[in-house]
Design a protein around this ligand. Structure first.
Ligand code: PHE
Length: 344
């Protein structure tokens, strides 16, 4: 018995551990209900009276020694884990929250709106489902006129022509609503989604986004149109961007033009984006046709106006060099994430 006590004493003295599970194993081995000390006490019951006297004291001392060793190690483990729980560095950076990003089309739309707001334009909106009058007839598209084929329309109800219901093909319909419901002067832009029945490819989509603009007042001239759009382009693409106007045709403007800017990618030197011409077309524009003013109840002898319309996708492509329109509506996070820095 004395031999065992000596052996266990040596083992216990040598035992050191900073781990809670090892200490628990130690407790079970020596102090547990089926542990070695318990065994010694069982044996103790069988020894003679003489030995009981000697070993009683030794055994009790040994048990106390084992218990104090256990308590000592337990205290040191408890205090070290307590340190981990309660002491942390308040100056460490946080985990960080993943911030979403704005859609590139929203970024460019907001930029366009900001520029025109500084030029004194307000923002107007209207419905995406339109009647024939607001999308076509009021805008001087005669019934059965081939000009209606310029814009492949998604019809919701195809009736006799003038009472058709369709998804709007342009936000010019908002210009009609504005002129019908108010009095000149008007100075507004109309951002919004429009729909055209086109096969989806890298270069065409069945819906896209526009910002159109309208300015109607007394004595508005083509030079006002040119100056407004020139200022817009300088703000959007930077000072020194060149513009040129080419004659064109729209039923609702006369005269009509398309506006090109010097290629924003190669600065006019020639690249794939501008098909090596140095110029890229960004919008259609013109003086509001007097018929349109009259259709909306505005005296065309007193008032004149200009209008313009651009596709936000096109402007965005030129800014970020995105060559496939489908990317804008696929919601691929790998694409959308690339515009993160812009929201700050
Ligand atoms: N509404 C035309 C379009 O969608 C754009 C435009 C607007 C052209 C105003 C001239 C004047 O293509």
């Amino acid at each position: 018995m004395q031999d065992k006590i000596d052996q266990y004493t040596a083992e216990i003295k040598a035992f050191t551990s900073a781990k809670a599970d090892e200490l628990e194993a130690f407790r079970i081995k020596y102090l547990g209900t089926k542990g070695l000390i318990k065994d010694l006490f069982e044996q103790f019951k069988t020894v003679g009276t003489e030995e009981k006297r000697t070993f009683g004291k030794v055994l009790n001392e040994f048990k106390q020694f084992a218990e104090s060793k256990y308590n000592e190690l337990k205290d040191s483990i408890d205090s070290s884990t307590a340190t981990e729980d309660t002491e942390f560095d308040m100056t460490l950076p946080g985990e960080g929250v993943s911030v979403g990003s704005r859609h590139p089309l929203s970024l460019i739309r907001n930029e366009i709106i900001d520029i025109f707001k500084r030029l004194g334009f307000v923002v107007a909106e209207g419905p995406e489902i339109e009647d024939d009058w607001h999308n076509f007839s009021a805008l001087n598209f005669p019934e059965e006129h081939p000009a209606r084929d310029m814009q492949d329309t998604f019809f919701i109800k195809k009736n006799s022509g003038t009472d058709d219901i369709a998804l709007r093909t342009h936000t010019s319909s908002v210009q009609v609503r504005m002129m019908e419901n108010g009095k000149p002067p008007f100075r507004a832009i109309m951002p919004g989604r429009v729909y055209r029945n086109e096969a989806i490819s890298a270069r065409a989509h069945c819906f896209f986004h526009q910002v159109e603009g309208l300015y109607v007042d007394e004595n508005v001239s083509f030079s006002d149109l040119k100056q407004t759009l020139y200022s817009f382009v300088q703000e959007l693409y930077g000072e020194g961007t060149k513009v040129r106007f080419r004659p064109s045709y729209f039923p609702f403007t006369e005269p009509s033009a398309e506006m090109d800017v010097s290629c924003t990618i190669c600065k006019g030197a020639g690249c794939n984006m501008c098909k090596h011409s140095g110029w890229v077309e960004i919008l259609g524009c013109g003086m509001v046709d007097p018929n349109v003013l009259e259709n909306c109840g505005i005296d065309s002898k007193k008032y004149t106006g200009f209008a313009f319309g651009m596709g936000i996708e096109r402007i965005t492509n030129l800014k970020y060099v995105i060559r496939d329109l489908r990317l804008f509506s696929e919601n691929d996070v790998r694409f959308l994430e690339q515009f993160k820095t812009e929201i700050i």
